[in-house]
Unconditional design. Structure first.
Length: 728
């Protein structure tokens, strides 16, 4: 079986089972580790560690060690000698020198004394080269018992790591180093792990035995301690000792409810709960105990929470007799941080680039041509008595058309003064109670009847008008008037004000205004159109898939298969282009061809409405399947046929029966419902109208389906856009 590896690629020793671990897991569902055993999960890279570190002064020289002898003066020597099995070295012209058993700090003096018998006036130094290896034995409950060849510099701790430490049934606290019949030292790994104490470590000699006895009593600590684990006890242990092993309590640990689960007489299990005071700390911990420390309750005993559309959502300390007005002392406490951040960003040169989106995060459009300084109308946040944004001539960087207007339209949510609520827990049955109140009467009017008393734990929520839809007459309505108005700009409508009333209030339209061609866009209508388009595209896609599957069953040749693949690719290409269409939310105002301001309907306004009245154009456009798409000068006596003739006539691929006219007011006239398709040819047009001659979409079955689908696009006011998509 392959050795398992850890996430960083190192091999791991095979894991054994520990009965107490399994017992804790089955009892509580917690998988607690044996403390310290993860230190040995990665095996050492070699079983001969410490081969290249400085030799300590008390190192004992023995057979197999290499000595490097350097001398100068009367004698010049650089000699390498290896200690033989008798513990001696043989130096030329000097003889045999006994060195085994000498400490490294005494080695140079001993060799110099031997050389001085034959030579005078010299200096000599002896260092160690390649050190000998020694064999030791690891026995008992070690993870990998056996014989090991290690460096003569190795100590007990080195050998413990080389052997992988104790097994899960072996002790970490009474590891013995035996030499002959004597125990040289007994090492407690907890001293090393908990306190970094290695004072009882000892150097190894050949033939030493390292013995791992069985593990002693085990006790577990779980919950809110810094190192939850299973710990081995050594002798009588108190609860304070066990918690010290676990690193102490965490910051969120509570001391009122600590439990000990204990095995009594190896027969029954009992549990005891107590407060962790000085007396409890002295309690004796026994083999098999599980100590559980629990977190403190998240409950605040003396807090009242204010949240929602407020300056700072915060817990406030409760005071006896506290009421709503104490929590919300004035209306400034309800101005959100976002409001001030929005005001502060007005002076940033890049602020309007981030503001060019409506409240739903969609990019706003501004397709109407205007002069370079038209955006100056909305550069200043100040307003005159009519609510118009006044002009600011301060020089600043040029921004894209419409971005500043979009920023002004994007008002921050206003407070819902009619409704706020207190959330409270019923002390009898712990159910939740909602207590509504009128925020405006409390904060703005100071009405004591609505200044309700509060209790600890209450949550007071303040809503905006967008959180809970307020009545239409109380919601802020911001409308854009663009184009041929005497005072184009962004306006906040008065309560109950209609479209015509707003236009009259702000100064009316210019003499060049082409009221018949007015474009009125509404956000709610745009959302409806987007949903209808999504559903229509989904249905169209399903129809194409069914038709394709049906035709695939009738394929009998490679030529048919290739044709089917090409048709499928064409279908997916057209479908992808159709999915890029975006409804405008335009509402046809159904104005007369000679409409004036008086003919604009008294339409109730909604927030985000946009009215664009262009100047009176002098052109009629013709595009589609004609020989020359172009715009032609409008003349009252010219008909559809006249304009098509000016465009060179229709091409043979054209579908004249599906030809239609997109009027300047957004409506569409076509041959649908007419007795003769030629009747459309005789229709007279208005300035700004467009004649659309579509392709013949009846050449294949799926193109016929596409022709039917385009009728849906026309109904969404997207006829011209759809034709452009289909032709590209």
């Amino acid at each position: 079986m392959p050795v398992p590896t850890d996430p960083v690629g190192g091999a791991l020793w095979p894991a054994e089972k520990n009965d107490f671990q399994e017992f804790i897991n089955q009892s509580t569902g917690q998988k607690l580790p044996l403390y310290g055993y993860d230190l040995f999960r990665r095996p050492p890279s070699t079983f001969a560690p410490l081969a290249n570190i400085p030799v300590t002064s008390d190192y004992l020289v023995g057979p197999g060690d290499e000595l490097l002898i350097s001398a100068w003066g009367q004698i010049d020597m650089n000699y390498h000698a290896t200690v033989d099995r008798n513990g001696a070295i043989n130096i030329p012209r000097v003889g045999t020198v006994q060195v085994a058993g000498l400490r490294y700090q005494d080695l140079s003096a001993a060799v110099k004394q031997a050389v001085s018998k034959n030579f005078r006036n010299f200096e000599l130094i002896v260092t160690l080269g390649q050190l000998r290896s020694i064999q030791i034995f690891v026995v008992g409950r070690a993870l990998r018992p056996g014989a090991y060849t290690v460096s003569s510099l190795s100590t007990l701790v080195n050998a413990v790591f080389a052997a992988g430490g104790p097994s899960v049934t072996g002790s970490m606290r009474a590891i013995q180093l035996k030499r002959g019949t004597q125990v040289v030292t007994e090492f407690d790994l907890y001293d090393l792990l908990l306190r970094g104490d290695k004072s009882k470590d000892a150097a190894l000699l050949p033939g030493d035995i390292i013995y791992f006895p069985p593990a002693g009593p085990l006790a577990a600590v779980s919950g809110n301690v810094k190192n939850p684990a299973i710990y081995e006890l050594k002798g009588p242990a108190s609860l304070v000792t066990l918690l010290d092993y676990a690193g102490g309590l965490t910051t969120t640990a509570q001391v009122k409810n600590v439990t000990i689960e204990r095995i009594e007489n190896r027969d029954t299990r009992v549990v005891d709960k107590f407060t962790l005071d000085a007396g409890a700390m002295a309690r004796t911990v026994k083999d098999g105990d599980l100590v559980s420390v629990y977190p403190i309750s998240p409950k605040f005993e003396n807090a009242v929470t204010l949240r929602g559309n407020v300056a700072l959502a915060l817990r406030h300390p409760y005071k006896e007799g506290m009421r709503i007005r104490d929590l919300i002392p004035d209306k400034e406490a309800l101005i959100t941080r976002d409001y001030y951040l929005h005001k502060n960003s007005a002076v940033r040169t890049d602020s309007v680039r981030d503001a060019g989106a409506d409240r739903d995060g969609r990019a706003t459009r501004d397709d109407y041509p205007r002069k370079n300084n038209a955006a100056d109308l909305v550069r200043d946040a100040g307003a005159d008595r009519d609510g118009r944004v006044t002009r600011d001539d301060t020089p600043r960087k040029t921004v894209a058309a419409g971005e500043l207007a979009a920023s002004v339209r994007r008002l921050f949510d206003e407070i819902n003064w009619d409704y706020a609520v207190i959330e409270r827990q019923n002390e009898q049955d712990l159910s939740s109670i909602l207590i509504p109140f009128n925020l405006g009467k409390v904060v703005l009017e100071g009405d004591p009847a609505h200044n309700l008393p509060l209790k600890p734990g209450d949550i007071v929520t303040v809503f905006s008008k967008s959180d809970i839809n307020a009545p239409a007459g109380r919601r802020p309505v911001v409308v854009s008037l663009e184009g041929e108005f005497n005072n184009s700009g962004v306006y906040q409508a008065l309560q109950g004000e209609t479209l015509r009333q707003l236009i009259l209030r702000v100064g009316g339209v210019t003499p060049q205004a082409y009221v018949f061609g007015a474009e009125f866009m509404r956000e709610s209508t745009k959302k409806q159109q987007e949903e209808r388009l999504r559903q229509a595209l989904l249905q169209f896609e399903q129809d194409l898939q069914r038709a394709s599957a049906y035709r695939a069953r009738n394929v009998t040749s490679g030529e048919d298969a290739a044709s089917l693949r090409a048709e499928a690719e064409a279908q997916q290409s057209v479908l992808a282009r159709l999915k890029r269409l975006q409804p405008t939310g335009r509402i046809v105002l159904e104005l007369n061809q000679d409409a004036t301001l008086a003919n604009i309907p008294d339409l109730p306004l909604e927030d985000g409405d946009r009215l664009l009245i262009p100047y009176r154009p002098g052109m009629v456009s013709v595009f589609g399947t004609v020989y020359q798409e172009s715009a032609f000068i409008h003349k009252p006596d010219k008909t559809v046929s006249d304009y098509i003739a000016q465009a060179g006539g229709v091409r043979k691929e054209a579908d004249q029966r599906s030809m239609y006219v997109l009027r300047a007011d957004g409506s569409v006239i076509s041959n649908q419902g007419r007795f003769f398709f030629s009747s459309l040819h005789g229709a007279r047009l208005m300035p700004g109208d467009a004649i659309v001659v579509p392709d013949d979409l009846t050449r294949t079955t799926w193109m016929k389906d596409l022709k039917d689908f385009t009728q849906v696009l026309y109904q969404l006011g997207m006829g011209v856009a759809a034709i452009k998509v289909l032709r590209n």
